[in-house]
Ligand binder design. Structure first.
Ligand SMILES: Nc1ncnc2c1ncn2[C@@H]1O[C@H](COP(=O)(O)OP(=O)(O)O)[C@@H](O)[C@H]1O
Ligand SMILES: [Mg+2]
Length: 262
């Protein structure tokens, strides 16, 4: 069974149709790369997955459970939406760490807020905090940030900040980790260190949806590639097909524009 099924997602802003019926699915442990030129709707699609936007039509299912169905909308409480959002971890282009908190605190923060809702929180506060801290430290170690845990964001490079953001997204054990151009704000050297940790996550069979302009990376790491243009999925398939042997003229035009620019 697919871990993620996206069916006919449509989204307009005013009279602008930004997503015109997006379909794809993803198997557990696999990596989906979404490629496409600027303005094609990639960010809007990720925002729909994370309940930051409400689609006008379509369904989103995780592990066979329909989390969103535009045909059966009822007013969802903030608590309901927050619960559903936990299926997805989100890493943005611009890291978005809290400047007043250390790397470790940034990773722990959401877990602590969640834990405070537990009925046993007051009674077991100490043990719960310790568990959250151990989990966060382990994730930062995995991101090669062992010596940086007590640093504040301004003391970290962009690449280090983005690795903290990845640890933060993993801290809540999402089913699917989503990235929106995770290296676009970074220079090439720092890009490499972030792509390296994402590759390591892929090797560990972390289920991921990655919007990226790094074509070589997408080709190497993705199990499935979706090419979007003008709010539609123009082509999707294994990387060997999309990058190596596409018969689609729009995919060919996009990729050749890309190779000329890089
Ligand atoms: N909140 C919004 N209101 C109005 N238009 C939006 C909004 N968000 C995105 N758009 C428009 O949707 C289109 C697709 O944007 P986006 O999803 O950011 O594309 P991409 O990430 O592929 O560059 C763009 O034309 C953008 O201007
Ligand atoms: Mg975008």
């Amino acid at each position: 069974m697919a871990i993620l099924e996206v069916n006919n997602i449509c989204k307009s802003f005013g009279s602008t149709e930004v997503l015109k019926g997006i379909n794809f699915s993803l198997e557990r442990g696999q990596v989906l790369a979404i490629i496409g030129s600027s303005g094609s709707g990639k960010t809007t699609l990720l925002r729909c997955l994370n309940f930051l936007e409400t689609p006008d039509a379509g369904q989103i299912a995780v592990n066979g459970e329909i989390l969103f169905d535009a045909a059966h909308t009822h007013a969802q409480s903030d608590a309901e939406i927050r619960q559903k959002r936990l299926h997805f971890g989100m890493v943005f282009q611009s890291f978005n760490l809290f400047p007043q908190y250390t790397a470790l605190e940034n990773v722990m923060l959401a877990s602590i807020l969640l834990a405070k809702q537990r009925p046993d929180y007051k009674k077991n506060k100490r043990a719960i905090h310790e568990e959250i801290q151990n989990n966060a430290m382990q994730l930062l170690e995995q991101m090669s940030l062992t010596g940086r845990m007590n640093h504040y964001p301004h003391q970290l490079s962009g690449g280090q900040q983005q690795r903290v953001a990845i640890a933060r997204a993993l801290a809540l054990h999402p089913d699917i980790l989503c990235f929106d151009e995770p290296t676009s704000a970074l220079d090439p050297e720092l890009t490499g260190e972030v792509l390296k940790v994402i590759r390591e996550l892929a090797d560990k069979h972390t289920t991921m949806v990655i919007v990226t302009h790094e074509m070589t990376f997408a080709r190497d790491v993705a199990d499935h590639v979706v090419f979007m243009d003008g709010g539609v999925v123009v082509e999707q398939g294994p990387p060997e097909q999309v990058f190596g042997n596409t018969q689609n003229e729009r995919t060919q035009a996009f990729l050749s524009r890309y190779s000329q620019n890089s």
